[in-house]
Design a protein around this ligand. Structure first.
Ligand code: FES
Length: 130
């Protein structure tokens, strides 16, 4: 038998107009630092802690994904959907919280994710549920 989950609390963290497409705001909610991003009109909330060594991940650059079809060739994709940790440059998908890695470069498979929270819009305000 599973235990019932605790109800999530609503945290009004910003006016919708404060976080326009392509921008973010770092807020305090529930005793945690959270980065709230607007990626192409969709809001995402990531815990502002890098799972590597604890840097403030959401202070990192927001970048596109660099993709390559072969040696000497690369292009940018998914503009504004990746955050790069300011300490050691690990990159995370803002939409999923998952680390971006080249699978061919991995010697061990394990999942690295950033804690992610649900976000809603209510009467022009951005609300994080956690
Ligand atoms: S602390 Fe984020 S990559 Fe090392």
């Amino acid at each position: 038998m599973s235990q019932p989950k605790a109800a999530l609390q609503r945290h009004i963290v910003a006016k919708q107009s404060e976080i326009t497409p392509g921008t973010k705001k770092i807020v305090e909610a529930g005793g945690r630092s959270i980065g709230v991003y607007n990626v192409n009109g969709h809001y995402h909330a990531l815990r502002n802690v890098c799972p590597h060594q604890g840097a403030e991940l959401c202070k990192g650059l927001v970048t596109p994904l660099v993709v390559s079809s072969g040696p000497g060739s690369f292009e940018y994709d998914r503009e504004g959907e990746i955050v790069r940790c300011p300490w050691h440059q690990w990159e995370f998908d803002i939409q999923t919280g998952c680390m971006i890695v080249d699978p061919a470069m991995r010697t061990k498979s394990y999942e690295v994710t950033v804690e992610k929270f649900d976000v809603s819009l209510e009467d022009g305000h951005v609300v994080v549920h956690m």
